[in-house]
Ligand binder design. Structure first.
Ligand SMILES: O=C(O)CCC(=O)C(=O)O
Length: 282
């Protein structure tokens, strides 16, 4: 059996989320922790402070660090995650899209607003996979939460503008009147099937880019959280430049490497990391 069981593939298709246990080795966790440490000391231009509370507790975000950090490049190309994502998406191939880091200092309560990822992306498609990997133990109360089945809801929701958290003009998105107000998941938790887990380093939550997710934070006193996420896309994913704005906005770099709306991802920026044997390049 490969790194993913048939039951996981079925759960990912039906629920839009699955938690895989112990699929990432300890040596990878060490490398990624070193990458996170470096990134905190040397944030990229994508580095953001999402929240600092009145006790100085912080939530930080950075992304697309893999382009400059060798430990992340190694992880993208050589860890089992490319194959895991490809098989969960039931795709003939998996292209790497980008990485994201979420770091909360000890005791941070700040919770990420519920949202979907795909409406923010410069990519459109159903076959997408975000993999949320805590690099330190995390209890269920502080874990990311995912609304089971929401990846198939046929509704265009008005997403949270994360630019309001950062104040950075590059992060602003504004969803229009053709969207419906985002459901109040937090206020009506009993109406939704919300998944989250106690997790150890090596465990990974994989979720569809259309699945509603948020939460985390809510950390016990003295407990920090370091998370590395890699985003993957499959056969049906295509480049799209959205008038609503994008976060992160890849339109400029995509254009520079010759990718246009409607194209499949590729080039050295979005490498094909895994493919089933004999897969035809489309
Ligand atoms: O860890 C978090 O707080 C947010 C995670 C998230 O939104 C994501 O992985 O896409």
């Amino acid at each position: 059996m490969g790194p993913v069981a048939d039951a996981d593939i079925r759960a990912f298709a039906a629920d839009g989320v699955v938690c895989l246990r112990g699929v990432i080795g300890h040596e990878w966790i060490e490398k990624l922790l070193a990458g996170v440490e470096y990134t905190l000391a040397h944030p990229t231009e994508r580095g953001r402070l999402w929240n600092r509370d009145d006790r100085g507790r912080e939530s930080r975000y950075d992304s697309q660090v893999w382009r400059t950090r060798p430990e992340y490049q190694e992880f993208v190309f050589d860890s089992p995650l490319g194959e895991i994502a490809g098989r969960l998406m039931q795709s003939t191939r998996a292209n790497f899209f980008f990485d994201a880091m979420f770091v909360r200092t000890p005791g941070t309560q700040f919770r990420t607003p519920f949202h979907q990822d795909e409406p923010f992306w410069s990519v459109e498609g159903f076959q997408t996979c975000s993999s949320w990997m805590p690099l330190v133990p995390v209890a269920k109360q502080s874990c990311l939460e995912i609304v089971r089945g929401s990846h198939r809801w046929p509704v265009k929701f008005r997403q949270h503008n994360f630019g309001a958290l950062t104040g950075d003009r590059r992060d602003q998105v504004s969803f229009g009147d053709d969207t419906v107000p985002f459901p109040d998941i937090e206020g009506q938790r009993d109406r939704y099937d919300i998944a989250s887990w106690d997790m150890e380093p090596g465990d990974v939550i994989c979720f569809n880019g259309r699945a509603i997710h948020g939460g985390s934070g809510n950390l016990p006193e003295g407990c920090e959280l370091r998370v590395f996420n890699t985003k993957w896309v499959g056969d049906d994913a295509r480049v799209i430049f959205r008038e609503t704005g994008m976060d992160p906005d890849h339109s400029q770099v995509m254009t520079e490497v010759g990718l246009r709306p409607g194209d499949r991802l590729g080039t050295h920026l979005y490498p094909e990391v895994w493919a089933v044997e004999g897969a035809r390049t489309l």
